[in-house]
Ligand binder design. Structure first.
Ligand code: NAD
Ligand code: ZN
Length: 342
């Protein structure tokens, strides 16, 4: 089968033929239809320090996908050929304390699809049945292909109650702008998103934000005045990985504000701890998606009218993957979706 593989210890991904995966008795085999390119895939493409330390050479990469089941193992009773499914990208150990308690997103020994085990940028992927999400009837396949990052956005955005609250989101990347649409859907009053990239701020305006703020030219205190906010943001979602964005959040929260951190900091970050202590802020780190409460919420929010379609800006055939990676590298994209059906 065709697959995008990390063939060499240098920048790049290689479209090559590899053997189709075999399934075990607890696995399903999925014919991949559409895949999303994630920032993680770009790290692997670029072969940065993290990728060099994490990803085995020869791996089929990619983890955001939708496909159709074509074969199930002997123990698999709940899935059938023809089911439209996505895969949870974290394969957990099942034996650690948190796994045993049902808190699988907190597993201490997680493997990553397309990071440390064979991924989805290919024609067929094998996954344990415990990692398969059966989509609702009639799901839009493009949206289904990005459930993984949509789940990061949902997990973060719903970490704290947002009904009637004022929310600040730093980073209008694909995940930040999906989070904006989610908190709007969940009843937030003001949704302010920041970035330093005009293309992405423009995209964010299609997701129902109150303001899309370029922090190079506008202060958040100014925005708060314009919106007639007096005490600061109630909820902060950090989705840039940029340390000054995190500091922007800390300086603009109300007392008792709640902050969820999804962005992966590129460097050590010094913050003003006095803001945390004296303003009594709560800070929560977020990794992945809750298994499977986040997947449930994603499904029902789409069914209840949440529209994240504008986040998809590029639709390409898998052989055009270089174009997709280039758009992402340039920051001139929302989500890039690759088609694997022809
Ligand atoms: P992305 O890199 O596409 O988007 C980040 C955005 O932040 C960019 O548009 C960038 O211009 C913007 N930015 C840079 N400096 C800024 C500043 N000072 N203020 C405001 N915005 C600024 O990333 P993404 O795919 O949308 O993911 C968002 C973040 O979440 C990334 O850091 C990613 O690594 C991280 N992530 C974490 C998890 C997890 O499980 N914790 C999962 C997926 C992604
Ligand atoms: Zn575990």
């Amino acid at each position: 089968m065709k697959a995008l593989v990390k063939r060499k210890t240098e920048a790049g991904l290689w479209l090559v033929d590899v053997p189709e995966p075999k399934i075990g008795i607890n696995d399903v085999l999925i014919r991949v239809q559409k895949t999303g390119i994630c920032g993680t895939d770009l790290h692997i493409y670029n072969w940065d320090k993290w990728a060099q330390q994490t990803v085995p050479v020869g791996l089929v990469v990619g983890h955001e996908f939708v496909g159709e089941i074509v074969e199930v193992g002997a123990n698999v009773k709940d899935f059938h050929s023809g089911d439209v499914v996505s895969g949870e990208g974290h394969v957990v150990c099942g034996r650690c304390r948190n796994c045993m308690a049902g808190r699988r997103h907190l597993c201490r020994d997680t493997q990553g699809v397309g990071v440390t085990r064979a991924g989805a940028f290919c024609e067929y992927i094998s996954l344990p049945m415990t990692n398969v999400w059966h989509h609702a009837e009639g799901v839009n396949l493009e949206i289904a292909s990005i459930f993984d990052p949509f789940g990061n956005a949902v997990h973060t955005a719903l970490s704290f109650p947002v009904l009637g609250e004022d929310v600040i989101i730093t980073g209008a990347g694909p995940i930040g702008i999906m989070a904006a649409a989610i908190v709007r859907h969940a009843g937030a009053r003001h949704v302010v998103i920041t970035d330093v990239n005009s293309y992405r701020l423009e995209l964010a305006t299609k997701m129902g934000v109150s303001r899309a703020v370029d922090v190079r030219s506008t202060m958040l205190t100014e925005v708060q005045r314009e919106l007639d906010m007096h005490e600061g943001f109630d909820v902060g979602l950090e989705m840039s990985g940029n340390s000054s964005a995190f500091c922007d959040i800390l300086s603009n929260m109300c007392h008792g504000g709640k902050i969820a951190l999804l962005g992966i900091p590129e460097e050590d970050t010094a913050i003003d701890w006095n803001q945390v202590v004296f303003n009594m802020l709560t800070i929560k780190g977020i990794y992945g998606r809750e298994m499977y409460e986040t997947w449930y919420k994603m499904t029902v929010m789409i069914q209840s009218g949440l529209d994240i379609q504008p986040v998809i800006t590029h639709r390409l055939h898998y052989t055009e993957y270089e174009t997709g990676f280039e758009a992402m590298r340039a920051g001139e994209s929302g989500k890039v979706v690759l088609d694997w059906t022809s």
